[in-house]
Design a protein around this ligand. Structure first.
Ligand code: PLP
Ligand code: COI
Length: 342
């Protein structure tokens, strides 16, 4: 048994902290092998591997929590398993079976139990699955060998402001994905495509970029690392688009909103509609639900002020609290979203 570790659990950054083990599985000769456990943080890759040249890399992000009862809870593991299968199929990689994904996640979380932040700290264990094409080749075609890895790291809030509203910016000369491209999958290249605008945003004091639809630049798409939703009266409105990642947090918040008696609209959302909304937020595994105070359309020199008093809106706060309570086991898991490990 490893000794307990002492981290400043309530003040963790959203960063990488070395843990004890990671788990791996290789795809060779048309089949996935056995799950392997290692304490090495490194991988040995051929310099001609497809992941290095042609972007055959996909990943996921999910979280594990320690409850008041001491139990470990993993949020919506199966949805993440299914989404990384869609990402794999999207860029012609080998999809990992859901059961193998489950085995790997449960194993890596249990092996690193001492890194799961304690209940009440506000932090969680971030689980990062990734898959890469390993075949050495120079022709542009899919690899035949793949490596799937899952590592974990304890994290605090993604935005250093926590649950305080932040500003987001629109930079019209940048897109993170093409209209019928890879935006709907969790492909590493989408994030490379978001770095220039992301840096501009951070330098300008914004928490993230808000992307418009890449075809017409009329509709709201999503933020760099999270989906977008707005509250207008009794409605939860969230963009429907082929170039955004279907967020599991957003899917969950839509259900919670319905449970709370809100009407949910998932439809193309015009940017101008922001002038009329009561609340807006970014939502994702890392971001949870991060309220937006203001949207600045930089090139058009137009500002949409959303939070006039600088505080999170009441509906976003309720949604956030309810989601967190389910994740931590403080509220019953009525939709079967949580995997409880003993
Ligand atoms: N959109 C993008 C581009 C993301 O990177 C993420 C993060 O995973 C999300 C949305 C939110 O998705 P989820 O709620 O499944 O984490
Ligand atoms: C997540 O929310 O899990 C993400 O992947 C977003 C970001 C860290 C890339």
């Amino acid at each position: 048994m490893e000794e307990n570790i002492n981290l400043d659990w309530s003040n963790l950054p959203f960063g990488y902290i070395k843990t004890d083990y990671n788990v791996r599985c290789t795809y060779k000769d048309g089949a996935w092998g056995e799950v392997e456990v290692t304490d090495s943080e490194y991988i040995n890759i051929h310099m001609a591997a497809t992941c290095l040249h042609y972007g055959q890399e996909i990943f996921e992000g999910l979280k594990a929590f320690k409850g008041k009862d001491g139990k470990i809870r993993i949020f919506r593991l199966e949805e993440n398993a299914k989404r990384i299968q869609r990402s794999a199929n999207g860029i012609k990689m080998a999809p990992l079976p859901v059961e193998k994904f489950r085995e790997m996640v449960e194993k890596v979380v249990k092996l690193n139990e001492r890194f799961i932040p304690p209940y009440g700290s506000g932090s969680s264990l971030y689980i990062r699955p990734l898959e890469i094409g390993m075949t050495a080749q120079v022709g542009v075609k899919p690899a035949v060998d793949y490596l799937f890895i899952i590592f974990v790291t304890p994290v605090g809030p993604y935005f250093k402001e926590g649950f305080k509203p932040t500003k987001v910016a629109i930079y019209r000369e940048f897109d993170r994905a093409a209209p019928c491209g890879t935006g709907r999958w969790k492909v590493g290249g989408n994030y490379a495509a978001s770095l220039t605008a992301g840096e501009l945003a951070h330098k300008g004091g914004y928490s993230a970029v808000l992307y418009l639809d890449p075809k017409e630049k009329k509709y709201i798409d999503e933020c760099g690392p999270a989906n977008f939703f707005a509250i207008k009266g009794n409605k939860y409105i969230t963009p429907k688009s082929n170039s955004i990642l279907p967020s599991i947090t957003n899917m969950s918040l839509q259900q919670i909103a319905k449970d709370m008696g809100l009407e949910v609209e998932c439809r193309p959302m015009l940017l101008e509609e922001l002038a009329e909304v009561d609340e807006a937020a970014e939502c994702g595994t890392a971001a949870v639900a991060a309220p937006i105070s203001e949207v600045d359309d930089i090139d058009e020199k137009k500002t949409y002020v959303i939070s006039k008093d600088g505080n999170p809106g009441p509906v976003t706060t309720k949604l956030y609290n309810h989601l967190r309570a389910i994740q931590l086991g403080d509220e019953p898991d009525t939709h079967g979203w949580v995997t409880v490990l003993d």
